[in-house]
Design a protein around this ligand. Structure first.
Ligand SMILES: Cc1cc2nc3c(=O)[nH]c(=O)nc-3n(C[C@H](O)[C@H](O)[C@H](O)COP(=O)(O)OP(=O)(O)OC[C@H]3O[C@@H](n4cnc5c(N)ncnc54)[C@H](O)[C@@H]3O)c2cc1C
Length: 325
């Protein structure tokens, strides 16, 4: 069997691996310790947090068909959150997701979906690919200078700006990938020793350095201990991406306390994660970027306007294109 290298074990990379494993001998390279990418769950003390994607919708037939067996197994569950929209500090709209389009989460964490998909895939974790060399076939080099050889195809599913650092300049879609911008986000994880009574489980916030507040522990199967996940606005993250974490934590705590009218600065557990490339700046859509001549391709949520469903569908589109060739 010909060899295929996939860079990234997020939903895009894992979907590609499961779709194409009948055709290729696949190795997935992942720079992180665990799988899932931005479908992320982190544990600390007795608390657990989804610090990347918060929930997802299923608007396409193909994604619904993929998610249904995971719902049947309990690995994906509906989040019937009390949802509010907050403008500055004022609640301007209330709704209940129980009676709206379903919003889903992985259970017991967002990364449950990735962990399931990863079971039958050869994944080299803690391996950051730093360059791709093409002669007769592809050779990948990692941070330690280790070479992985003899791949007929290579596919990058890293966020567009990171993909650009890897693909060669003669990749026919180089300029198109270069034009795709992604913005950052800070994710503040708060574990509280005393349960706060809040009028919502999920809040979208506008006109603030905060864009989102979730009572993460109110998602299904999240166990004990109240947890909040707070996301900064993209603007705030862009301006402060290199700031000291303590200063960012203090600012986001202060803003959150102001919005929810409870002091969260004394939370028992406070951890910050900075996502350099969290979301697409524009919701544009592209066909997957394939160079049949060089046998290199790239895709990810950033091909289909961002989001979890976009990641899945971009992988499906690329797998279709490679399979039908
Ligand atoms: C804070 C935040 C909130 C979000 N909220 C939502 C939401 O509520 N709903 C929603 O639908 N979507 C949300 N998203 C977006 C969603 O998480 C993504 O659309 C989706 O998870 C992207 O999957 P992916 O596989 O395309 O990319 P990723 O999950 O980013 O996977 C790419 C993988 O490539 C790896 N990688 C990168 N470079 C290298 C390298 N050189 N070598 C090896 N490995 C490498 C990365 O470590 C990563 O694991 C959110 C994202 C963030 C960050």
């Amino acid at each position: 069997m010909k060899k295929l290298a996939i860079i990234g074990s997020g939903l895009t990379g894992l979907t590609l691996a499961s779709r194409l494993q009948h055709k290729f001998d696949i190795t997935v390279f992942e720079k992180a310790r665990g799988v899932g990418g931005r479908l992320a769950t982190r544990r600390g003390e007795t608390y657990a947090f989804d610090h990347g994607a918060q929930y997802f919708t299923t608007r396409t037939e193909s994604f619904r068909a993929f998610i249904q067996p995971l719902i049947d197994e309990g690995l994906v569950q509906q989040w019937t959150a009390r949802h509010v929209e907050i403008n500055g500090t004022r609640i301007v709209k209330r709704s209940n997701w129980k009676s709206e389009e379903p919003r889903y989460v992985g259970a017991p964490g967002m990364n449950s979906i990735a962990k399931r998909l990863a079971q039958k895939v050869d994944i080299k974790k803690n391996v950051k690919i730093t360059s791709l060399l093409h002669q007769d076939d592809w050779q990948l080099e990692d941070e330690q200078g280790i070479l992985y050889k003899n791949f007929e195809w290579v596919i990058s599913t890293a966020p567009a700006p990171q993909t650009l650092q890897l693909v060669p300049e003669n990749f026919i879609h180089y300029d198109a990938v270069k034009a795709i911008e992604m913005s950052g986000c800070y994710s503040l994880m708060l574990g509280l020793s005393k349960e706060l009574s809040l009028p919502f489980d999920a809040a979208h916030v506008i006109n603030s350095d905060i864009s989102w507040i979730a009572v993460n522990s109110h998602k299904p199967q999240r166990g004990n201990g109240q947890t909040l996940v707070v996301h900064s606005s993209a603007d705030y993250a862009e301006k402060h991406i290199d700031s000291e974490h303590d200063a960012v934590i203090n600012h986001l705590c202060e803003r959150t306390s102001h919005i929810i009218q409870h002091d969260v600065s004394q939370a028992q557990h406070k951890v910050l994660h900075g996502w350099r490339y969290a979301n697409n700046v524009k919701r544009e859509t592209y066909q997957p970027f394939i160079d049949h001549n060089l046998k290199i391709a790239a895709c990810g949520d950033w091909c289909l306007g961002g989001r979890v469903e976009g990641a899945f569908n971009s992988a499906q589109n690329l797998a279709d294109a490679i399979e039908t060739r």
